[in-house]
Design a protein. Sequence first.
Length: 306
Amino acid sequence: MNNSAPVIIFCYRRNIEELIESLLQNKESEHSNLFIFSDGYKSDKDKQNVLSVRKSIKKIKGFKSIKIYESSMNQGLANSVIDGVNLIINNFGKAIILEDDLIVSRFFLNFMNQALNFYQDDKKIWSISGYSPSLLSLKDYERDVYLSVRSSSWGWATWLNRWNKVDWVIKDFNHLKKDKSKIDNFNLGGNDLFKMLELQYHGKINSWAIRWCYAQFLNSSYSATPKISMVKNIGFESKFSTHTKGSDIKWKVDLAKSKINNFEATINYEIINSFKKFYDLTFYTKIGYFLKKWGGYNFAKNKLKF
């Protein structure tokens, strides 16, 4: 596949050997340019882990080319992703993005590249999602790809002309918060979406993904998603986890064992509804968002750990 999109990996203090091993099972890896962005350490506590990761990634082989960017300071995931994707996608016009707590199917790169080519001129498609939750409504769905109103940050791809549409400062938030109908429509991807956007706007969290999802909503677009997941998150309950904590039971999936040949997808409202229910906040996560908004979240988290 000579027109393979570049693959971007963002890592911090977690070794990415498992992710690289899974990518190398994809025959398209030898035609893919790999870019690795290694975030800097915060303090002496994580310095050795970051240096260990950097030593390990210098040994990676098997891709068309490999370029490593090492940050001299800790930027955090959101800034790393925004800056890193900007740099690569402006040169290539498209990109496939992964983080260090993922592994992929051996058909992941094939799916991503084929889907990028298939949907390139369809402006209703915002991104290609690699992760798909296990939804009961998918069992009777006869196609291999469905359309979701929410992009996944666990292995995804997009094009420059979509990426450039994002308003990273959320200039219209004060208008949005007064429009209940618009909020309800945004929350069709899960009622956590507006709450996360609100936390982002007020500086309580720093997430590139919620701003990406909001831009998708504003552009009335969909994410092309495989019926059987091409990505699995292995970061739960790890000492290196920053954004994934707790049990992974809800998020467990079996990786796709076959190639997708038919990329035609339709809007299926039964899937959209079950997708929303999957992401809707539980009682405990509602409490978590309340504490993040009004204060006391870290205190409560430390008490629970104790």
